[in-house]
Write a protein that binds this ligand. Structure first.
Ligand code: NZQ
Ligand code: ZN
Length: 401
């Protein structure tokens, strides 16, 4: 295990019905919220009206910004930040999935600084060179996740898409840690099977990506990661079959928060990040496809082409402890693990190819360039010291067409 420094400062309130104490929690952050939601689900499920009532009862004013799209865009963030400034909001309340929470964090930063949010992003390699501005300040943020997926509720990361250049990239900073997160599993009962599947594949990916290429000696993190993977595989299927299964929804929600936390990820290697995420982001940045579905599709050739030759031992270990594979030989066990993962995706209804989303062969070199230059960011590290290059990434995309 390598040395590390971590901070996990978000105050978390977890439990069925926790939403009812929103007023009390929110009061500690301010008097006027920018209430950020997506365009649809929060209204349809009645959650938005409930949140508005709870705020009103606590004498907290709320300005609604309900324009966040899945795979949130920089233009949306700039509009939200302008509204927060104009209305003098003193904190940001995110009610939604990862897209809403990411947009809210970015709005909180841009509302404070008055800068366009793109100033904080890397810039597309084919665009003009730009200087990256670090995030130093943001309005206080309270998150209420309604999908168990990204862990955005308690981390300092935001992922945005600049639609004109199709740059989809993340940035972070301590100021983006939400001050408070309210995790109420009942708010995720309405998540449809399709989104539950994508979200579960995303949680799985956050855990396995660094687990599979980890530095040695990470026994504590390995135990946590393996337990989380086992639980996500089991409870994703339960939640799809029985959407209001409180135990399954609660398990997925807490697993999503912990799966991307330092408890699972720290100490695995300074340059070990999420290589597959770097390869997926250009796809959702260009084709607007769901992030988790893209990860699931890409993961199978990623295991075959990258992990199987380099780290069959780790893939085999994951198979034995999380998927019940009993093969003694590491290579055979690793292969059986890939098949077990494919079957789990299939049970959740993830069966597409990239061509189903309009991706064709001609597009692959550009996507791979973006993966290296934007998604890359020092990711793509493997213990063999081999960085994934554009050719490797094209080959993974090709296997998914
Ligand atoms: O947009 P609305 O109308 O709210 O509907 C959403 C959306 O259509 C719907 N939904 C959300 N809560 C619901 C619900 N439907 C019924 N009942 C509910 N309770 O679900 C759809 C997907 O929502 P979205 O927020 O886009 O999904 P997710 O939570 O998977 O977030 C994906 C985004 O997060 C980024 C991804 O790249 C993507 O942009 N990520 C953020 C990370 C982070 N901040 O650390 C890490 C991740 O790896 C990821 O990259
Ligand atoms: Zn993810």
């Amino acid at each position: 295990m390598l040395s590390f420094e971590v901070s996990f400062p978000t105050q978390i309130f977890f439990g069925m019905g926790e939403i009812n104490l929103l007023g009390e929690r929110a009061k500690t952050l301010g008097k006027k919220a920018l209430l950020v939601t997506g365009g649809n689900s929060a209204k349809r499920t009645g959650l938005l009206a409930r949140v508005q009532t709870l705020l009103e009862e606590a004498n907290i004013a709320a300005v609604l910004f309900d324009k966040v799209e899945p795979n949130p865009r920089t233009a949306t963030v700039d509009a939200g930040a302008a509204l927060a400034r104009e209305q003098g909001c003193d904190f940001v309340l995110a009610v939604g999935g990862g897209s809403v929470m990411d947009a809210s964090k970015a709005i909180a930063a841009a509302a404070k600084s008055g800068r366009p949010i793109y100033d904080y992003m890397r810039g597309n390699p084919s665009g003009s060179a730009k200087t990256l501005v670090p995030v130093v300040e943001a309005l206080p943020i309270l998150t209420i996740p309604t999908v168990a997926a990204t862990g955005s509720e308690a981390n300092s990361v935001t992922v945005l898409t600049h639609w004109e250049t199709h740059e989809k990239s993340s940035f972070n900073g301590p100021a983006l840690f939400p001050k408070i997160a309210i995790l109420d599993p009942s708010l995720t009962f309405t998540v449809p099977a399709r989104v539950t599947a994508e979200a579960s594949a995303d949680i799985f990916s956050h855990i396995f990506e660094s687990y599979l290429i980890s530095a040695p000696g990470t026994h504590v993190q390995d135990g946590i990661s393996e337990n989380l993977i086992r639980l996500v595989v089991e409870h994703s299927v339960r939640a799809i079959q029985q959407p209001d299964d409180a135990e399954a929804r609660g398990t997925l929600l807490w697993a999503s928060t912990l799966g991307i936390s330092p408890f699972a990820l720290a100490g695995r290697g300074l340059r070990v990040g999420m290589p597959l995420h770097g390869i997926e982001h250009p796809l959702s940045g260009f084709y607007d496809m769901a992030h988790g579905r893209g990860l699931a599709i890409l993961s199978l050739p990623y295991f075959e082409q990258v992990i199987l030759p380099d780290r069959p031992d780790r893939l085999a270990r994951m198979g034995r402890s999380c998927f019940g594979i009993t093969e003694a030989d590491d290579h055979a066990c690793a292969r059986a693990t890939i098949e077990a993962i494919r079957q789990w995706y299939e049970r959740m209804g993830i069966t597409e190819r990239l061509s189903d989303f309009g991706v064709n062969r001609d597009a692959l070199p550009r996507l791979a360039e973006d993966a290296v230059h934007i998604g890359g960011r020092g990711y793509g590290y493997l213990p063999s010291s081999r960085n994934l290059n554009a050719e490797d990434i094209v080959s993974i995309y090709e296997a998914c067409l």
